[in-house]
Design a protein around this ligand. Structure first.
Ligand code: PBG
Length: 345
């Protein structure tokens, strides 16, 4: 059966003495039908995870200026959003909490009546076909904005943070989180959380380790969204130097040894090589995070008419999948699911 390559010239003019190619890669590019057939990378909504920012109150939807299309939602609206995303076939949700109050220890992170816990239990009661993931960190909950309690000299106290992170993970699992995702970049956090979950009867709760997490400039919009910019200093004493790669592999290997069930690389596009290396080296599911700044750059350029948001988003997420990510966390998860459904209809 012949394939109709619409738009291809029937007879290419002869080039005289010029050598003409017999291998013509353009043969497989001539129509959308054939391009679709030979496409190497496909995105499935089931592999996407949508982050949600949960705030206090009810009926609250506050758009986030630096992240077009993303809003802070109170637990009741977060549950409705979860229903919408589940209906679109999106695979998972990643919940961040904006607490009612902050203190030096980030107490509300592990409060059983915290906003994120409330959202998890509402979503659980809906029994949706979507996986719920908790971002397990303290920076949204501490008044100083760092990912753990501080020592007297003002550094983040690694070992004190472990206890807080472990209590937070247990509280999130108790509220109904299917997976916990520690993102604080404290040494030993995966082992501490595993032990605490097991001790509390959550042996079946997987840990998705933000294993390779760099001190990236691309988290800027998130910090506005979550109100979590450090009051003093930055996160470079615990997140990795943005271009270190060998260290990223050590972080991942350690998290695997500590019991991580899934590994996450972040940010996504600047980390494509690490996604590929992780895919080669480890047999765990590998996730990539298209972070707030990656999302905002595309959205802002699209608003100016400089870039096509749909195509740029699908290209960036597709590149992460090509690199080896089986899961992509992206603020565009719902939009991507809609675009893919439109293509099929
Ligand atoms: C919490 C956390 C952050 C992000 C994910 N988890 C903020 C940070 O580390 O500063 C960033 C996500 C994004 O930028 O979209 N520690």
């Amino acid at each position: 059966m012949s394939v109709d390559l619409t738009g291809m010239p029937a007879n290419a003019p002869s080039g005289g003495d010029l050598p003409l190619p017999s291998i013509r890669l353009r043969r497989l590019r001539g129509s959308e039908r054939i391009r679709r057939l030979v496409r190497e990378t496909r995105i499935d909504p089931a592999m996407l995870v949508a982050p949600l920012f949960v705030c206090a109150g009810s009926g609250v939807r506050e758009p986030i200026g630096s992240m077009p299309g993303v809003a802070r939602l109170s637990p009741d609206l977060a549950a409705i959003e979860a229903e919408t995303l589940a209906a679109l076939g999106v695979g998972g949700l990643l919940l961040f909490g904006l607490p009612r109050g902050k203190d030096p220890m980030g107490s509300e992170a592990s409060a059983d009546d915290g906003v994120v816990q409330d959202a998890f239990s509402r979503i659980r009661s809906l029994q949706l076909p979507i996986v719920t993931i908790a971002d397990t960190c303290l920076c949204e909950y501490t008044d100083h904005g760092h990912c753990g309690p501080l020592t007297r000299s003002g550094e983040v106290d690694n070992d004190a943070a472990l206890e807080r992170l472990a209590a937070t993970a247990v509280s999130q699992a108790r509220a109904g989180a299917d997976i916990v995702a520690p993102s604080a970049m404290m040494d030993g956090q995966v082992a501490a959380i595993r032990a605490a979950l097991d001790g509390a009867g959550f042996q079946g709760t997987p840990i998705m380790a933000y294993a390779a997490k760099h001190a990236s400039a691309f988290y800027g919009p998130f910090r506005e969204a979550a109100g979590s910019a450090p009051a003093l200093g930055d996160r470079r004493a615990y997140q990795m130097d943005p271009t270190n790669g060998r260290e990223a592999m050590r972080e991942m290997a350690l998290d695997v040894a500590e019991g991580a069930d899934l590994l996450l690389v972040k940010p996504g596009l600047p980390g494509l090589d690490l996604i590929a290396a992780a895919r080669q080296r480890f047999d765990l599911p590998i996730a990539a995070y298209q972070v707030s700044g990656e999302h905002a750059m595309i959205a802002a350029a699209a608003e100016r008419g400089w870039i096509d948001r749909r195509n740029a988003t699908l290209e960036a997420v597709g590149a992460m999948v090509r690199a080896g990510a089986g899961i992509v966390v992206t603020y565009a998860a719902g939009d991507i699911a809609r675009w893919l459904a439109d293509e099929r209809s």
